[in-house]
Design a protein around this ligand. Structure first.
Ligand code: NAD
Ligand code: UFG
Length: 337
C-alpha cells in the first residue's frame, strides 16, 4: 500500500517508516517539523536502502497542501501520528493542544474523505483509560477521566473517528492505544529526540547517563506497587512500529472499526527500569526520590492478547533490549539529530 504518514519525522513515525518499507509498502510523509528534524527521514532512507522518503513539510491544518498531496499521490491509507504530545505543556497551553490535535485531525479526515481514502490508523494512548478500572487493561475496559488536555484530545478524537466510521461503513478505523514507547532502532541511527528537559522517564535517564542532567527525580515511592514507584507497560518502539504494519490487515480485511492495546503486558516500576538500565549498560544513574507528579497513576499495564489474536502481532523485545537500545541511540547522538 502507499501510505500517508502524518508526523512521520517524529519518534514513532520514523521507526514505523522503516517497518513499512521492510514490509513492501511505500509512504508519503507530511510533517511540519515542529518537534522533529528532517535528518530522521534521511537516516530512515539510509537504513531502508532507498533513495529518499517522499516528504512534504507542511502542517496538517493546511488544507490546500493536504488536498495537493492527495491529488498528486494515490494513497491507500493514512497512519496519523501528527500531534502535540507533552502532557504537562498541554495543561498550560490547552488551546494550542486542542487546536493542533483536534483541528489537524478534522482537516485530515475531511480531505481523506473527499479523496475517497477512508482508511486510517490513529495513534491513541493508554491515557484514555484514565485511572484504569481493570488491570491488566483490556480494550473493553471503560474509558476514564483524563487529567489533562492532551489525553482529552486522544479520547475525543477516538470518538470522532468511531462516529465517522458508524456514519459511513466504507471507513476502516484502527485505534491503537499505545502504552509507554521507549527504546530506539538497534542501529542507533534514529531515536527519541526531545526538546528541552525531557518529561518522560527513559529520555531523562539517558540524558543523565550521557552527562546532560545530574540526577533523575523519581516521582513518588509511596504508590501501592511492589516497590512504591509507578508501574508502566514499556514497549520497544520497533515492536510498536511493527504493530502499525500489522494493523493494515484491518484495512485489507475491511474490518470497519478495530481497537487494540499495544503493550507487552508486563508492568515495570520506575526503579525496575532504572536498575535494568544500570545493569544492562553498566552505568550508574544517580537518583532522588521526589514527591508524586500531579496527574500520575500508580499502575498501568495492558492485556495485549487481542492484537495477538486478531493481528498476529506480539511484542518481541524485553526491557533489557529497550534499555540497551535507548542508550545506544543516546550515546551515539548525544545532541540528538
Ligand atoms: P513526536 O513529537 O516525535 O512526533 C509527532 C510528529 O508530529 C512530530 O514530528 C511533529 O513535528 C509532528 N506534528 C505535530 N503537529 C503537527 C501538525 N499540526 N502538522 C504536521 N505535523 C505535526 O511524537 P511521537 O512520540 O512520535 O508520537 C506520535 C504520536 O503517538 C502522537 O500522536 C502521540 O500523541 C502518540 N503517542 C505517543 C506516546 C509516547 O509516549 N511517545 C504515547 C501514546 C501516544
Ligand atoms: N517518572 C519519574 N521521573 C521522571 C519521569 C517520569 O519518576 O523524570 C515516572 C512517572 O512518575 C511514571 C513513570 O516514570 O511513574 C513513567 O512516566 P512517563 O512520563 O515516562 O510516562 P507516563 O506513563 O506518565 O505517560 C506516557 C506518555 C503519555 C501517554 C501515557 C500513556 O508520556 O503521552 O504514557 O500512554 F499518554
Amino acid at each position: 500500500m502507499n501510505i500517508l504518514v502524518t508526523g512521520g519525522a517524529g519518534f514513532i513515525g520514523s521507526h514505523t517508516l522503516i517497518e513499512l518499507y521492510k514490509a513492501g509498502h511505500t509512504a508519503v510523509v507530511v510533517d511540519n517539523l515542529y518537534n522533529s528534524s528532517e535528518e530522521s527521514l534521511r537516516r530512515v532512507a539510509q537504513l531502508t536502502g532507498i533513495d529518499h522518503i517522499p516528504f512534504v513539510k507542511a502542517d496538517i491544518r493546511d488544507r490546500e497542501t493536504l488536498e495537493q498531496i492527495f491529488a498528486n499521490n494515490h494513497l491507500d491509507a493514512c497512519i496519523h501520528f501528527a500531534g502535540l504530545k507533552a502532557v504537562g505543556e498541554s495543561v498550560t497551553k490547552p488551546l494550542e493542544y486542542y487546536e493542533n490535535n483536534m483541528n489537524g485531525t478534522f482537516v485530515l479526515l475531511d480531505v481523506m474523505r473527499r479523496h475517497n481514502c477512508k482508511n486510517i490508523i490513529f495513534s491513541s494512548s493508554a491515557t484514555v483509560y484514565g485511572d484504569p478500572a481493570i488491570i491488566p487493561i483490556t480494550e473493553d475496559c471503560p474509558k476514564g477521566q483524563c487529567t489533562n488536555p492532551y489525553g482529552q484530545t486522544k479520547s475525543m478524537l477516538e470518538q470522532v473517528m468511531m462516529d465517522l466510521q458508524q456514519s459511513d461503513t466504507e471507513w476502516n478505523v484502527v485505534l491503537l492505544r499505545y502504552f509507554n514507547p521507549i527504546g530506539a532502532h538497534p542501529s542507533g541511527r534514529i531515536g527519541e529526540n526531545p526538546n528541552g528537559i525531557p518529561n518522560n522517564l527513559m529520555p531523562y535517564i539517558t540524558q543523565v547517563a550521557v552527562g546532560k542532567r545530574e540526577r533523575l527525580g523519581v516521582f513518588g515511592n509511596d504508590y501501592p506497587t511492589h516497590d512504591g514507584t509507578g508501574v508502566r507497560d514499556y514497549i520497544h518502539v520497533v515492536d510498536l512500529a511493527m504493530a502499525h504494519v500489522a494493523a493494515l490487515q484491518v484495512v485489507e480485511r475491511r474490518q470497519g472499526l478495530a481497537i487494540y492495546n499495544i503493550g507487552t503486558g508486563h508492568g515495570y516500576s520506575v526503579l525496575d527500569v532504572v536498575n535494568t538500565f544500570m545493569r544492562v549498560n553498566n552505568i550508574i544513574i544517580p537518583y532522588d526520590i521526589k514527591p508524586r507528579r500531579a496527574g500520575d497513576i500508580a499502575t498501568c499495564y495492558c492485556n495485549p492478547k487481542k492484537a495477538e489474536r486478531e493481528l498476529g502481532w506480539k511484542a518481541r523485545y524485553g526491557l533489557d533490549d529497550m534499555c540497551r537500545d535507548s542508550w545506544n541511540w543516546q550515546k551515539n547522538n548525544p545532541d540528538g539529530y
